[in-house]
Design a protein around this ligand. Sequence first.
Ligand code: FAD
Ligand code: NAP
Length: 321
Amino acid sequence: MTTHTTRMLILGSGPAGLTAAIYGARAGMKPILVQGIQPGGQLMTTTDVENYPGFADVIQGPWLMEQMQKQAEHVGTQLMYDTIVEVDLSKRPFRLIGDGGDVYEGDTLVIATGAQAKWLGLDSEESLKGKGVSACATCDGFFYRGKKVAVIGGGNTAVEEALYLTNHSKDVTIIHRRDHFRAEKILQDRLFAHESVNVLWNKEVSTFVDGGGTAGLVALELKDTQTGEISRLDVDGGFVAIGHHPATELFRGHVELDSDHYIKVQTGTTKTSVPGVFACGDVMDKHYRQAVTAAGTGCMAALDAERFLAEVEFKVAEAAE
Ligand code: FAD
Ligand code: NAP
C-alpha cells in the first residue's frame, strides 16, 4: 500500500478531469489524477465528434481523449490507473482509498466522475448502439439530417432532445410509456406547437429492429402499455432519453447532492458543500452534458481549487506573523 499526496487530487479522466489537470498542473499544483474504470471517459465509446471546437475536420472521440491525456501529462499531471472506492472528506487533506488499497491525500479534491445514460436494457438496443441507437441527440442528431427519428422518454431531456432534433428532421416522434409528460409545461407547449413532432402515448419499445447487413436501425417495435397491442414505427434513428445516473454513489453523505443525485455546486462556481472540494463535468451538470461544457467546468474547478489554496495559505501565513 502506497500513500500518494498532492495539492490537487482529481477523480475522473474524461474531458472535465483532464482539463482540470491541465490547468492545475500549469498552476503548479502537481495534480494526481485517478482515472477510474473508464480511462478517457464517455468519449472513448464513440466515433465521430463534430462539435468540439478547434477541429475543422471530423475527429474521433478516443483520439481526442488521447490528446487531452498527453497534454495533461506533458504539463506535469501524474495519471494513476486506479478507482476510488472510499472517501473521507471530514478534514483536510482529504483522504481517499483506491481499490488496490493505495491511499490518496489531496489538499483539494476535484470530482469529475461523470454520468452514464440510462438505457432500456434490451438486447437489440445494445447491439444497435452507434448504429442508429443513441442516448445523445446533441451529439448524434446531425447524422440524421432529413431522416425519421424517434425519442423515447417523457421528461425534460426527452422533450428537449425531440425539439433539438427538429433542427435536422421534419419527422420526429416522441414515444412515452404514459399518457402525459413529466417535462415542464413550457417545454411541452413548445413541443405540441411544433409541426415536425408527433407524440405516441402509452407505448414502450419492445425491440429496436435491425435492418441487417450495414443498415443498422430501421424500425421500432412498440407495445401499447394499456392494450398490449404491438405496432411498428419505421425510423432511421432512435434516441433513448430516460435519464442519467451521475457517478456520485461514493459521495453520498459526504457532499450535498440534489434530488437527482447530481453534486450540488454554488451557482457560477464549482464549489461543493465541502470547502476545498470542487465538482465539474457531467457529475454536476444535468442540463448540457457536452464534452466542451465538461472541459469548461474542469477549467473552472482547477481555478477554484488554486484560489482556495492561495486563500487558505495566505490566512495561515498571516496568522503566523
Ligand atoms: P466522463 O467522460 O463521463 O468521465 C468520467 C470519468 O470518471 C471516467 O474516466 C471514469 O473512469 C471516472 N470515474 C468514475 N468513477 C470513478 C471513481 N470512483 N474513481 C476514479 N474515477 C472514476 N459530447 C460532445 O460534446 N460531443 C459529442 O459528439 C459527444 N458524443 C457522445 C457520444 C456518446 C456515445 C456518449 C456516451 C457521450 C457523448 N458526448 C458527446 C457527451 C460527452 O462524452 C460527455 O458530456 C463528457 O464525456 C462528460 O465528461 P466528464 O469528464 O464529465 O465525464
Ligand atoms: P426524468 O425527469 O427522470 O425523466 C425520465 C423519463 O423517462 C420519464 O418520463 C420516465 O417515464 C421515462 N422513463 C424512465 N425509465 C423508463 C423506461 N425504462 N422505459 C420508458 N420510459 C422510461 O429524466 P430527465 O428528463 O433526464 O431529467 C432529469 C433531471 O434533469 C430532471 O430533474 C429534469 O428536470 C432535469 N433537466 C432539466 C432540464 C431543463 O431545465 N431544461 C433539461 C434536462 C433535464 P415516467 O414519466 O413514466 O416515469
